[in-house]
Design a protein. Structure first.
Length: 81
């Protein structure tokens, strides 16, 4: 992505700001749609007896902890390097 065009030393071009706003709105919409899809999928799978909510929550906590540890490791690695 190219750096934003500047109108002056401290101002970013208005169209660039609008573009950023549109991109953020698109990302929010994608996050929302993914959340709805995930909830629906979990509900269907739970109704069919393919998974239990408790099992999903435990797996989410484990994966979250693993990813956080990995991210912290990457940050430390970049600081050293």
């Amino acid at each position: 992505m190219k750096p934003p065009k500047r109108v002056s030393a401290n101002r970013i071009e208005p169209l660039t700001q609008v573009n950023w706003g549109a991109q953020i709105a698109d990302m929010k919409e994608a996050v929302y749609q993914n959340g709805v899809f995930t909830a629906a999928l979990m509900e269907v799978m739970e109704r069919k007896g393919l998974l239990q909510q408790q099992e999903v929550m435990e797996t989410m906590r484990r994966l979250d902890a693993e990813l956080l540890t990995e991210l912290e490791w990457e940050v430390e690695k970049r600081k050293e390097g």
